[in-house]
Design a protein around this ligand. Structure first.
Ligand code: KG4
Ligand code: ZN
Length: 335
């Protein structure tokens, strides 16, 4: 069985072909660098670029995997959350291909997809999952692959957004997470103490907007280097993410901790989780670097998971895009 997955929720066009065991036979991501000069993603430009790039990407991935389009058994694409114009390009393409070839189509939740990057790893349950990206910061209780129960989210900015805004403040590029992470390696994380809003580790909720204001005031006062401010900011955010996730993991006697989303590329976040999980004898799952960012392998694995749960699982042809997700239990399939 071969599945073709498409991801176009934001500014990355991604396509992958997977086999029934979740192995990636071929995968490509095309990142739209044009947004960096605008200091953030411009939705109109993003959707137009997906329109241009996606057909070529699909052709290349099919060639790389040695598969022809009519050998694809299932089509999957991200339905949301994300930018409507961007989502429409990938979703419409996958739907149209499925209808034309008489194959099933699955619309996939992008948040569930990020977490399903670990779907074919040896995860033991119960687990606790942290989804941390440019748009989301969420902790889930995970009794099995079929249930991601939301414990808490952010009240304002997402962690990745806070990284991006801090980078913008210091006149660095977009997206800023990687740049801050690199600068922080040469900075002193103890140079100043930044506030930790909603800092109680027992509260599985986050707030980053107060931190953003504090960072701005410190930067505008002008007595700190980019390296030191990056290090202090990174430490504050990582401490919040790790302490809250590990508290829930301990409380729920988790055997595994899953981390996913763009910010899971952060080197301090990865080493801190590694240290804390080793200390408690819990298994840690962080994606390989190329799968921390938006990719289509995660979309494909989420679709395979839905099919494993119900071999007849599919989305209706009326399946629409959605900009935000407001549920309590996260599931891969969008109808
Ligand atoms: O998951 P993702 O690719 O897109 C969304 O679904 O949002 O995440 C992108 C986010 C951006 O905010 C980016 O700055 C952040 O991930 N990011 C990082 C790092 N690499 C990417 N944040 C902190 N440290 C990094 N090394
Ligand atoms: Zn994402």
């Amino acid at each position: 069985m071969r599945l073709l997955a498409v991801e176009t929720s934001c500014d990355d066009s991604a396509v992958a072909v997977l086999d029934q065991d979740g192995n990636s036979l071929a995968e490509l991501v095309s990142t739209q660098v044009v947004h960096s000069s605008h200091g953030g993603v411009v939705p109109e430009i993003a959707s137009r670029l997906h329109m241009t790039v996606l057909p070529r990407l699909i052709r290349e991935v099919l060639d790389l995997s040695g598969t022809s389009l009519d050998e694809i058994d299932v089509f999957a694409a991200t339905a949301g959350p994300g930018l409507t114009g961007s989502l429409l390009v990938g979703l419409s393409w996958a739907k149209a291909a499925a209808v034309a070839l008489g194959k099933p189509f699955l619309g996939i939740n992008h948040l569930a997809a990020h977490l399903h990057i670990h779907r074919y790893s040896a995860v033991e349950f119960p687990a606790v999952a942290l989804l941390v990206s440019g748009g989301h910061t969420m902790i889930f209780r995970v009794p099995s692959w079929n249930q991601f129960i939301l414990l808490g989210t952010t009240r304002d900015d997402a962690a990745g957004e806070a990284f991006d805004k801090t980078a913008k403040l210091m006149g660095l590029g977009y997206p800023g997470g990687k740049i801050i992470d690199e600068l922080a390696e040469n900075g002193n994380p103890l140079e100043i103490v930044l506030p930790s809003p909603m800092g109680n580790k027992r509260t599985p909720e986050f707030s980053f907007s107060g931190l953003k204001t504090a960072v701005r005031l410190v930067w505008e006062a002008g007595n700190i280097s980019q390296e030191n401010l990056s290090a202090c900011f990174r430490k504050t955010v990582c401490d919040l993410l790790v302490s809250k996730t590990m508290y829930q993991a301990g409380k729920l006697s988790a055997k595994s901790v899953l981390v996913a989303g763009g910010v899971s590329a952060n080197s301090l976040l990865r080493s801190s989780f590694d240290f804390e999980c080793r200390k408690r004898g819990m298994a840690l799952f962080v994606p390989p670097m190329k799968h921390t960012m938006d990719n289509a392998v995660m979309v494909g694995r989420a679709a395979l998971s839905a099919l494993e749960n119900d071999p007849l699982a599919h989305s209706e042809s009326s399946c629409n895009t959605f900009p935000r997700w407001h549920g309590e239990i996260l599931s891969p399939l969008s109808y």
